[in-house]
Every structure is written in structure tokens, then in C-alpha cells.
Design a protein around this ligand. Structure first.
Ligand code: ADP
Length: 466
């Protein structure tokens, strides 16, 4: 529909219908003339009429053709069509078409300028971002980059910017960025990595996502400062814990000596026992804090290698059996599998050990004399769909269980369902947080299932070795 202000006047209008009418009159007149000139010869009259009609239809075609060509030219230049400068058809029958064309060109112009404005706004927004953004096509050629990215690319500047059309690999040499973009392009999945080699002394988080129409977009987030702050905090916690170790060992040693060798009054013995208990707790806390700082550090190296799942279970059970008194708990090995998983053996021993210890501490049923903990492992299909599969380790107890509102939070640092009970049993609230870190840095997952008064089941899934 034409909008207000869209009206255009077609200059020097001529009616094509009038033309046809005039030509038909001319044909009739020629036929009449032939009748006068060749009386009694109808064939001659007919032939004159037909010849005149053929000539006039040719003339009509010749008259119509430039008008239609002008219309065609006007359509071709849309939306730039300008009725004032363009040569327009002069026939009144085509006036509506010209009018409609003008309206369409006006609307197209408006839409295009709106789209252009939106694009500029989006570009300005992306340019104002602190993160570097680069979009590549399906072949890995740069389509667009924002200013931050241009500043990162060596040798480019805002004045001599974008290397659009160049392969990303010619512009960005960082292997992590290139690998991440390659994964997003080839596997159509979001890829996240961390790189320390893009710029000297800087650390970036790389996030590459596939774009719906093919190609991918990579976002590089500078996390140098965040990592510095985290490192300072980690170092502080580790240093404090380390400094506390020596005095705590000394307190524990002296108290143990006093308790062993002195003849003490019952009150003094009770006080010394309390001091020993708390010093031991503090010792565990400092040890757990040191472990936490170690596993959270990006330099912490996991060395996953193929190891049989049943061997891991067996070793963990044996190690814990040595620390548990028979009257305290019953450790059982359930069904296991000989499948190999990719695991850092030391860390997995620590994770399973921690879960078994929790099972012993919290896994005693209400009327039972001792806890019962069953450790098993089974093959499951892998979650990343690569067909390699995984192994799920299970540490199950039959104790009080964990209420559903706590289940999602028990892997947080210092989160304890029952603070008093945890403290009583020497807990620090860090065991599951450490376990989660260790499992995730080996490419695995950890979760808990539980039913109140029926027990808990902690499930650790690790990828199978290829
Ligand atoms: P803690 O040192 O206190 O045991 P954890 O991080 O190992 O710390 O566990 C966090 C909390 O989760 C515990 O305080 C306890 O409340 C709960 N929890 C862990 N394992 C079990 C379990 N097997 N049964 C019931 N509750 C558990």
C-alpha cells in the first residue's frame, strides 16, 4: 500500500486504449476505402483489412515496448528508484504501476536504513565491549571483528583495521583460540578454553560458539586480573594454613605427651582431651585448606591415564579398611567392571576415600550398630555422545540420608547439613568441594542421590579410556 507522501505524477500521460481505438478506426477506414476502390471484390477488401491490422499491431508493439522497458529499468534500480530523475512510462494504464513502484521503493529505503541503523548500533555495542569478538565463516575466514579484537591482533590498528576475508589462522596464531574455533565449526558445539599464549603476560578465556547460518563467533575475555586476585587469595590461604601447621603440630604433640605421661586430675584430663580434639580438627582444616588451594590452582596438574575401574574400587576399599575399625563400619565391594577409565589414580583414591569416610560417618541407620557402605562401579553410556562411554562409581550408604533441599548444596565449600554433627565427627565441610574439583578436572562429574532415612548414593562418572 502506498503511504502518505508517496504520490508521484506520471508526466505527459497518453492512453494506450485511445491508441488501440484510433488504430481500429484506421483499419476500418482502410477496409472501407478498399470496398470503394475494389467494388465486388471481397477478397481484396479482406486482404487490405488484414494487412492494415498487421501493420498497426506492429506499430502498437513498437509504441508499447519503450514504456515497458522504462518500467523494467525502474524495478531494477529499486530501492534507489527516483520518480523525478528516472524516465517513466507515459501511458496512463501504467500510472498505477509507477505509483506502486514508488511506494515500494520508499518502504524498502526506510527498512534498509532501519536495518543499517540497527547494524551500526550493534557494531557500536560490540565495539564498546571489553571482550574481543571475531566472527568467521564456515571456511574459517574472518567476517567481522570488534575494536578490542583489532587491538589484540598484532600489526593491526583501528586505522588499518579488520583483515576481513583472511583466514583466522593467518591473523591469530594462538593454538588454543584456533583449536576452539575449529571445534565450534566442525562439531557445532560451544567450546571453552583458557589461553596464556595469545599475549605475553595475559590470560584469556576463549569461548567459541557455532552460528546458526554456518560459521562461528569467538569471544576472548581477559581474565588476567581475576586470576591474579584468585591467586593472591589462594596463596594467602595456603600460607596461613602452612604457618598454622607447625604450632598445631607442637600443641598436639605436647598435649599427647601430657596425656600419656602425667598423672592428671579428671578435670585436667578432660581439658587436655578437649584441647587435643580441637587441635586435631584445626589440623584437618589446615590440611583440607591446603589441598583446596592446590586443586583450585590452574597449575594443578592432573595426569589421567587408563586404569581399571575394579582396581580403583579395590584399592580404595583396602586403603580405607586399614583405617576403619570393624565395629565402626562394614565396607563392601559391590558389582564392579574391568573397564578402563581415564583417571588420575591418586586423586581418585582421595575422592573415593572421602566418599567412603562420609559413608562411615553419616551412613549408620537409626537402630544399626554400625554403618554399611557399598562401593561399586558399572559401565554407562557417555554424556558427550562420542560413543566412548563412561564408568559410574557408586558409594552407597544406608544411613539417615540428605534432605532434597540440601542435596544441591553439599558440594559447596563449608556447606554442612548438620553443623554440630559434622563438627562432632571431625568434619571440615571441605571434603565434597575438594572431591568435586578433583573429579571435574579429570573430565568427570559427581552427584548425590538420597532418600531420607534410607541412605545416600554418591555417583562419580569418569570417561572410559579409548
Ligand atoms: P564434612 O567434612 O563436614 O563431612 P563434606 O564436604 O565431606 O564435609 O560433606 C558436606 C556435608 O554433606 C556434610 O557435613 C554432611 O552434612 C553431608 N554429607 C556428606 N556425605 C553424607 C552422607 N553420606 N550421608 C549424609 N550426609 C552426608
Amino acid at each position: 500500500m502506498a503511504e502518505a507522501g508517496d504520490n508521484v505524477r506520471v508526466r505527459g500521460r497518453v492512453s494506450f486504449a485511445l491508441w488501440i481505438f484510433a488504430m481500429m478506426l484506421a483499419v476500418a477506414a482502410l477496409a472501407g476505402l478498399a470496398a470503394v476502390l475494389f467494388p465486388g471484390r471481397p477478397l481484396a477488401i479482406w486482404l487490405t483489412g488484414i494487412a492494415a491490422a498487421v501493420v498497426f499491431s506492429g506499430v502498437a508493439r513498437w509504441r508499447l515496448r519503450p514504456e515497458l522497458r522504462q518500467l523494467e529499468q525502474a524495478i531494477q534500480v529499486l530501492p534507489e528508484f527516483d520518480p523525478d530523475s528516472a524516465s517513466l512510462p507515459r501511458m496512463s494504464e501504467l500510472a498505477d504501476s509507477v505509483q506502486a513502484l514508488h511506494g515500494t521503493s520508499q518502504r524498502l529505503k526506510k527498512r534498509l536504513s532501519r536495518a543499517q541503523e540497527d547494524r551500526l548500533q550493534l557494531e557500536a555495542l560490540l565495539d564498546s565491549m571489553q571482550d574481543a569478538v571475531v566472527a568467521v565463516d564456515a571456511a574459517g575466514r574472518i567476517q567481522w571483528t570488534n575494536h578490542t579484537m583489532q587491538r589484540l591482533i598484532p600489526g593491526s590498528s583501528v586505522q588499518s583495521p579488520v583483515r576481513v576475508g583472511h583466514a583466522l589462522v593467518q591473523t591469530v596464531r594462538d593454538p588454543e583460540v584456533l583449536e576452539c574455533v575449529k571445534t565450534a565449526l566442525a562439531e557445532r558445539v560451544v567450546c571453552e578454553r583458557r589461553t596464556t599464549t595469545l599475549l605475553p603476560g595475559r590470560i584469556f578465556e576463549v569461548n567459541a560458539s557455532p552460528m546458526p547460518g554456518g560459521g562461528a563467533v569467538a569471544v576472548l575475555h581477559d581474565i588476567t586480573r581475576i586470576e591474579q586476585v584468585e591467586r593472591t587469595q589462594r596463596d594467602f590461604v595456603a600460607n596461613v594454613s602452612h604457618e598454622l601447621r607447625t604450632p598445631l603440630t607442637s600443641i598436639t604433640g605436647y598435649v599427647e605427651t601430657l596425656l600419656d605421661h602425667e598423672t592428671l586430675s579428671p578435670v585436667a584430663e578432660e581439658f587436655l582431651s578437649t584441647i587435643l580434639k580441637n587441635a586435631t580438627r584445626m589440623n584437618r582444616l589446615t590440611e583440607d585448606l591446603l589441598t583446596m588451594a592446590r586443586v583450585e590452582s590452574p597449575e594443578a596438574e592432573m595426569r589421567p591415564k587408563p586404569v581399571r575401574a575394579d582396581v580403583l574400587v579395590q584399592d580404595a576399599v583396602e586403603a580405607m579398611r586399614g583405617l576403619v575399625r570393624d565395629e565402626e563400619a562394614e565396607l563392601e565391594t559391590g558389582a564392579t567392571t574391568a573397564a578402563e577409565v581415564m583417571a588420575d589414580t591418586d586423586s581418585m583414591m582421595q575422592v573415593l576415600g572421602n566418599l567412603i569416610e562420609n559413608g562411615i560417618k553419616y551412613g549408620r541407620a537409626r537402630n544399626a550398630a554400625k554403618s554399611r557402605v557399598v562401593i561399586s562401579a558399572r559401565e554407562v553410556s557417555g554424556s558427550n555422545g562420542d560413543g566412548v562411554g563412561a564408568v559410574e562409581f557408586s558409594v552407597r550408604d544406608f544411613g539417615q540420608g540428605i534432605a532434597s533441599e540440601h542435596l544441591g548444596r553439599i558440594f559447596e565449600r563449608f556447606y554442612r547439613v548438620d553443623k554440630a554433627r559434622s563438627r562432632e565427627s571431625g568434619g571440615t565441610g571441605l571434603g565434597l568441594a575438594i572431591a568435586r574439583h578433583m573429579v571435574e578436572s579429570q573430565g568427570g562429574t559427581i552427584r548425590a542421590e538420597s532418600e531420607l532415612n534410607a541412605g545416600s548414593n554418591f555417583l562419580v562418572t569418569l570417561p572410559r579410556a579409548r
